[in-house]
Design a binder for this molecule. Structure first.
Ligand SMILES: NC(=O)c1ccc[n+]([C@@H]2O[C@H](COP(=O)([O-])OP(=O)(O)OC[C@H]3O[C@@H](n4cnc5c(N)ncnc54)[C@H](O)[C@@H]3O)[C@@H](O)[C@H]2O)c1
Length: 333
């Protein structure tokens, strides 16, 4: 028996696998769910899963289910006996893809989220339902840094709308069933085992191959880039320090998890060029539909409530990412 037992969805994903590895290493037990869909290279997901199986042994169990499939999820009631927290990370991610394939966002982030919430609220030992939200809920907000107190009712992509929808649904579950809900708004996560559809990966692979990289809005964009280890310690902080609610308070909280620095996109590219040892060929393009100009996290509530302290500057994080990329793809220095 592990220290604590968790149910993690999206366990073969970038953040889910990194979180689960950390939980298994400290002796927790994890039931993992992931449908291993082919939004990006399935081998990357399977390799992450192999590592979890090796690390966790009997403390890790895996179910290749779709979270929108309620019969499949509810069949796990026995397996999930003793689960004290659900960490709901499975979702269709990506802002740009939500213009191309809107329906899968409703399936995974709409129906899937509701199935997980319905399942979670029936778990007898549940202490918290923790779920992934996103910095994209801030839409075109211009007051920076973005605070969890700011209005977030103007999403500019369907992805953002589904994530904001999750936060509103969490409010409903907290209200109706007193299920404690913790939403974590992640800000552009990067690092080893990262997603092939995201900037760090795309830029690194094209710069190495001497291919041009697409730089939107002529490079005039700012992002709060967060290193994966900082995200994992943030999620673990939220898990280990369950929110305390006062009498009569709705058990529902939302937190930012970012690096709390707004970086110029061109500076981010320069760090990759340095780590790769090669100049990028930039293809400057206009702003993409659904995108936002800037993200920048105010993490003071996360620091106050569970000690969140991001500590990886992009210079260090990018070096570690490029190092991993070279080993994973077997490309020499
Ligand atoms: N990476 C970021 O920068 C970032 C930023 C903001 C929010 N988020 C959110 O954090 C969470 C994790 O993101 P990630 O970067 O690890 O993405 P990811 O795509 O690597 O991981 C998500 C995992 O969920 C699985 N999944 C998707 N739909 C599913 C379904 N219907 N049933 C079962 N499994 C399903 C996928 O196969 C994948 O392995 C997501 O909810 C994402 O929206 C990520």
């Amino acid at each position: 028996m592990g220290l604590m037992k968790f149910l993690v969805t999206g366990v073969a994903g970038f953040i889910g696998a990194a979180l689960t590895e950390a939980l298994l290493k400290r002796g927790d037990e994890v039931v993992g769910i992931d449908n291993l869909n082919d939004y990006y290279d399935v081998n990357l997901k399977k390799t992450r899963l192999d590592i979890l199986q090796k690390t966790g042994g009997a403390a890790f169990s895996f179910f290749p289910y779709n979270i929108a499939d309620k019969e499949a999820i509810f069949s796990l009631a026995d397996v999930c006996k003793g689960v004290s927290q659900v960490v709901s990370l499975a979702a269709q991610a990506g802002v740009r893809y939500s213009l191309a394939n809107p329906y899968v966002y409703m399936e995974s982030n709409g129906m899937g989220f509701v199935v997980m919430a319905e399942f979670a609220r029936r778990l007898p030992d549940l202490k918290q339902f923790v779920y992934a939200s996103s910095s994209s809920v801030y839409g075109g907000n211009t007051k920076t840094p973005f605070s969890v107190e700011d209005p977030v009712d103007k999403p500019v992509s369907l992805y953002a709308a589904t994530k904001r929808g999750n936060e509103l649904m969490a409010h409903t579950y907290a209200h109706l069933y007193k299920m404690p809900c913790i939403g974590l708004r992640f800000f552009t996560v990067y690092g080893p085992w990262g997603r092939p559809d995201m900037a760090a990966y795309l830029f690194t692979s094209n710069i190495m191959a001497g291919k041009p990289i697409n730089v939107f809005n002529n490079g005039k964009m700012r992002r709060d880039f967060t290193y994966i280890d900082d995200i994992v310690s943030g999620v673990i902080g939220a898990i280990d320090t369950p929110a305390k609610f006062s009498e009569g308070e709705l058990p529902n909280r939302i937190y930012n998890l970012g690096n709390s620095r707004s970086e110029n996109l061109m500076d981010f590219i320069a760090e990759i060029e340095k780590a790769v040892g090669k100049k990028a060929v930039c293809r400057f393009l206009p702003m993409q539909a659904g995108d936002v100009l800037e993200t920048f996290a105010d993490v003071s509530a996360s620091t106050r409530d569970f000690g969140y302290m991001p500590k990886t500057p992009i210079s260090a994080g990018i070096l570690r990412f490029v190092d991993w990329y070279r080993k994973y793809h077997d490309v020499g220095a």
